[in-house]
Design a protein. Structure first.
Length: 230
């Protein structure tokens, strides 16, 4: 069955729209029929045959647009920036302001280093990653938890520890476990085929930061806390 194109093409039998005669092709204003040049320009730009079943415009004379398949971008850079930013802010406070509260980093810790990294890690699973999403989701959850503990209502739960010594010892155990978890990632990063030097080095620094913070909570040695921020 023959399908007639809704838009006449140059060279077709419909001479009302297009005429090859020299007089018709002249740029005289009397011959500036918008239908002629509109359809001619459309055919010149398409560079291929017209398929009315796919590219038929809703309005005669409207240029059809090709639909592109929707694809998801790589969420890895967002997660990396979130991971690096909040870790650098924590290191800055440990190095230069060890006796001051770092409560000011609450929005960044909770939303950027925590929630944004956490979501980007799950999206990276759909992007095809396996190891990097594990890191992003893990440390995103870590920073979400740290951000929640900065809220006064959540910090009241720390009153379960009767003395400052008990609280410091619990903080030390908490940081030690996360440092050992990071050390496991260092080992995996060294073994996997897709691992690279920079990711392994970054994990080493995170391990040292958490480990030295754990030592600080057990010993109350401020130089250890400052060293963890280097």
């Amino acid at each position: 069955m023959e399908i007639n194109s809704p838009i006449p093409r140059p060279g077709s039998e419909n001479t009302d729209y297009y005429d090859k005669s020299p007089a018709r092709l002249s740029p005289s204003p009397a011959h500036m029929d918008p239908h002629i040049y509109m359809h001619n320009d459309f055919d010149m730009r398409s560079h291929q045959s017209f398929d009315p079943a796919v590219f038929a415009p809703a309005i005669v004379g409207e240029r059809p647009t090709r639909s592109r398949a929707r694809t998801m971008g790589n969420p890895g850079p967002l997660a990396l920036w979130a991971f690096a930013t909040v870790t650098s802010m924590l290191g800055t406070f440990n190095l230069f302001l060890p006796h001051q509260s770092n409560h000011i980093i609450l929005p960044t810790a909770l939303m950027f280093g925590g929630l944004a990294q956490f979501i980007a890690g799950f999206l990276d699973l759909f992007y095809g990653g396996t190891y990097t999403p594990t890191i992003f989701v893990s440390y995103g959850a870590f920073w979400v938890g740290n951000g929640i503990m900065m809220f006064p209502s959540a910090a009241d739960t720390l009153h379960a520890y009767t003395t400052e010594f008990d609280l410091a010892r619990a903080n030390g155990v908490y940081h030690f476990w996360w440092s050992f978890y990071t050390l496991l990632h260092v080992g995996v990063s060294l073994r996997i085929k897709a691992g690279n030097f920079m990711s392994t080095l970054s994990l080493v620094f995170v391990f040292l930061t958490l480990f030295l913070e754990g030592l600080y909570y057990f010993t109350d040695n401020v130089p250890l806390l400052r060293t963890s921020g280097v």
